[in-house]
Design a protein around this ligand. Structure first.
Ligand code: LLP
Length: 422
């Protein structure tokens, strides 16, 4: 089997390793379920974007929602990443690791007054405004504080990204962005506001996109608008094309970052926009393939029509299969002589939707370890405490060294906020 993570391998003895560490050792040291990330893979993924954009004024704002672990944010900040945030909580996270506020962009359809105020006071680089009323709200808060809010509008280009409907964001029927036809008027209004500084334009058409074409269409529509604005004397400093590429979970074949961005930049430069900073907000493609979820087989349960492999990880740890019917590879950590059988890999949560993989051929016995691959994005960041389960630990592997980057939650952590109210 070809692993998407270049640093994942199997030794001659059949043990799965990430960089130079055996996953069996990580399970021994930190327990399960545990998210495990390869530092080098995260670096490589980020640097692929940086290298492809070299020579063009650019800013890559990592989408914090994909994985918001502080150690990962810190690593990316060291690589010169900016950050795309969507909440006051994410703002606190990026400020906590010492990110440069000027490299933060704030997206999201429902920013609260407190969040806007905190972001303004932190001095973030740009608010990506998603409605007419948000413009008024930001202008008013900035005026009260005697500040000028840097803004761009997130326009909805009405382009079909051909992805799962739940993660498509740039169609007319989606809640995101301002309608394309209203954008000109909003820019005119914003340009005349004392407490607003118009900086750029933004769009986001969806996630897990494995085709460059929708991005090309979105770019063309956004540039049409930029050119129309320029004619009216409203000059933009940056163009933000939104999220990054999709990744391979099963047999999807996304374009290489280099090839994708070369085509985008060619169009960008040809249309005369090279002087504007080009921005992207990739999340999944930076951390997705860099991480895996390490878990242990709790029970093997033959059923009347199905065999169940019940693991100690569940939908609360990795929600994507339950939410999007998504596919992830699940592999044995130690190749072994157990007979192979077809299993539905499920968790212990009390829902039939609690599954991680269906009809998987696995050679497993009770107590053995499994790894759910390409789980670095939208894994831990979407985990919950459903069934009062503690959220998993997170471990970063760097060569032969592994570091705990988030302690396993305890029931005491969970109870604290409620015990104090009894
Ligand atoms: N920028 C904005 C404004 C976004 O809404 C998103 C993702 C991104 C950037 C990052 O896009 P990426 O490079 O990761 O494709 N939970 C879902 C994914 C939801 C993505 C929502 N927005 C999943 O697990 O597939």
């Amino acid at each position: 089997m070809v692993f998407q993570n270049l640093y994942l391998a199997r030794t001659a003895q059949g043990t799965l390793t990430l960089e130079n560490v055996a996953l069996t050792e990580i399970a021994k040291q930190f327990g399960t379920p545990t998210y495990v990330y390869s530092k080098q893979a995260i670096k490589d993924n980020f640097m692929a974007y940086a290298a492809a954009l070299e020579g063009q004024a650019h800013q890559i704002c990592y989408a914090v929602k994909a994985n918001s672990n502080l150690s990962i944010l810190k690593l990316l900040a060291q690589l010169n990443a900016g950050f795309d945030i969507v909440s006051g909580g994410e703002l606190r996270r990026v400020l906590a690791i010492g990110a440069d506020p000027k490299k933060i962009v704030f997206s999201g359809v429902g920013k609260s007054s407190e969040e806007i105020q905190q972001a303004l006071q932190a001095g973030i680089g740009c608010f990506n405004i998603e409605s007419a009323s948000e413009l008024d709200q930001i202008a008013q808060i900035a005026a009260v504080h005697g500040l000028k809010a840097p803004v761009s509008f997130r326009v909805n280009p009405d382009v079909d990204p051909k992805t799962h409907p739940y993660i498509s964001t740039g169609l007319k029927e989606n809640k995101f962005g301002v309608a394309f036809d209203t954008a000109l008027d909003l820019y005119r209004k914003a340009a005349g506001m004392m407490s607003i500084a118009v900086k750029g334009i933004d769009c986001h058409i969806g996630s897990q996109i494995i085709d460059s074409e929708p991005y090309m269409q979105a770019l063309d529509k956004v540039l049409d608008l930029v050119e129309a604005l320029e004619k009216e004397g409203i000059s933009l400093y940056h163009v933000d094309l939104g999220g990054g590429l999709g990744i391979t979970y099963k047999n999807e074949v996304p374009p290489a970052v280099q090839e994708f961005l070369q085509a985008i930049l060619q169009r960008y430069v040809k249309r005369g926009h090279a002087h504007r900073t080009f921005m992207l907000e990739p999340g999944r493609s930076i951390v997705g393939n860099a991480g895996l979820l390490l878990m242990r087989v709790q029970v093997l349960k033959p059923g009347a029509s199905k065999n169940f492999c019940i693991t100690d990880a569940a939908m609360n740890d990795y929600m994507r299969p339950a939410l999007y019917q998504s596919y992830s590879e699940i592999v044995e950590v130690q190749a072994n002589s157990s007979p192979s059988a077809l299993y539905d890999v499920v968790g212990p949560v009390c829902e039939s939707g609690d599954w991680l993989g269906k009809d998987r051929s696995l050679a497993v016995a009770q107590g053995e370890l499994l790894a759910l691959l390409s789980a670095g994005a939208y894994g831990m960041s979407m985990a919950s405490n459903y069934n009062s389960r503690n959220r998993a630990a997170e471990v970063m592997v760097d060569g032969s060294v592994c570091t705990l980057i988030r302690q396993r939650e305890t029931i005491e952590d969970q109870l604290a906020a409620e015990l104090s109210c009894l």
